[in-house]
Design a protein around this ligand. Sequence first.
Ligand SMILES: [Mg+2]
Length: 276
Amino acid sequence: MATIIIHSNTLNFEQSKTLERKFGKLSAVHNHYRAEVETAPTHEQLVQLRQELELDINVLPANFDSKTVKLVISDMDSTLISIECVDEIADFINVKPQVAAITEAAMRGELNFEESLTERVSLLKGLETNALQHVYDERLTLNPGAETWIEGLKEQGIKFALVSGGFTFFTQRLQERLGIDFTRANVLEIEGHQLSGRVVGDIVGAQAKADFLIELCDQMEILMSQTIAVGDGANDLMMMKEAGLSVAYHAKPTVQEQADTALNYRGLDAILDFIA
Ligand SMILES: [Mg+2]
């Protein structure tokens, strides 16, 4: 048996007809629909059905027990928030096209993340630090459903960790604003009132994200199977592979192919459907 999750509380005639033909009877659970099937659809069938019906449809992995979840870990840039912070910072010294091109290639998995970050940060050398506050105040917006998602987790006593290949300047502000339990990100080195173009200490890349998840599980004395990891980029995949359930959020194709589940239409609050 497999559980199918349809992340919508309203289905039009065509959508429900097609879904019932494929999965049998649908049942309404909180804010979404579910179906129990003998044989789970293949990844290709699922991808095709999502596109045809313009719905987020996922299969819960057989070994994932939603009732035991204790920790959700999420990427920041283009996952919890709608921007890539480093690209927006770069705009203040007119190097956004160069930096954004490197970011994009890194997120597709074409460049080593750590090297690409070193390169991007070096392009920020000399920038006045108040530009970071401008990015936070004027450009940083939460992705749809972010607050509902985090509140919903708190109500269920599930901890939330924010991990980022971006910068602590932003993770710390979001931690205070949203009441986030744990954060980890890169520290931009500052000299005087300017960025030095370097990161302090080791870079938080793909391995460091996975390590943070493992470290938190040890600290909380829980199993990896009790976690959900959410991300959009290639540097989230190592962390996502460690988690009990991985969610590709409006993610790059390579990430969607390797994650347990994907959301391409709904906001972050749809992640609550997995633990309803
Ligand atoms: Mg990201």
